[in-house]
Design a protein around this ligand. Structure first.
Ligand code: HEC
Length: 154
């Protein structure tokens, strides 16, 4: 076995010394982190060098997170707000119960929405009622005219 040369010993010793100093730090170098002071509620505006940053709230009428109150609102809010907000359904045109059923089925089958089978009728009820109410009178604009309704009298 070859004995280490003095040069290698010196490098090793230097390494150990540097490492130790890094771990310990120079004397008196430790300063405790500043105490977080409680300032109460965050200020609503901050001024720096003549610029004022003010926080404000805005109302976004369409992007409702939750479905508005109504029969079965609790069911739909429990099932249908985890991926997208209620506005996704609230901004749809007036749809029939069958069309809503197709949408809910698509959510379940295509997007893997965890919707319990027993909740589906209540969700469709809610959506159908909401859809009609949103449009005003149910006899308003006709989204899906029945084929025999036009009569061809031009
Ligand atoms: C697992 C996630 C998920 C859940 C839960 C979910 N959705 Fe969706 N939904 C989606 C995705 C993804 C889209 C498509 C978004 C897009 O096209 O940008 C979508 C789109 C929609 C649309 C737009 C029309 C359409 O057919 O694409 C409606 C309406 C809708 N969802 C209603 C519902 C209702 C009602 C429920 C509760 C039964 C529900 N969603 C639950 C993921 C979900």
């Amino acid at each position: 076995m070859k004995a280490p040369t003095p040069g290698m010993l010196a490098i090793g010793l230097l390494g150990v010394t540097v490492f130790t100093l890094m771990m310990v730090g120079p004397p008196g170098s430790y300063t405790p982190p500043p105490e977080p002071h409680s300032t109460g509620p965050a200020p609503s505006s901050i001024s720096v060098n003549g610029f004022t940053l003010a926080s404000d709230t805005v109302d976004l009428p369409i992007d409702e997170q939750q479905y508005p109150d109504g029969p079965h609102a609790d069911v739909i809010n429990a099932n249908c707000t985890s991926c997208h907000s209620a506005s996704m359904a609230m901004t749809q045109p007036v749809l029939s119960a069958d069309q809503w059923k197709a949408t809910v089925t698509k959510m379940k089958d295509v997007y893997k929405a965890p919707v319990a089978e027993k909740d589906i009728p209540a969700i469709i009820d809610y959506l159908t009622a909401m859809s009609v109410a949103q449009d005003g009178a149910p006899t308003g604009k006709v989204q899906n005219p029945a084929p025999d309704a036009s009569g061809g009298t031009g």
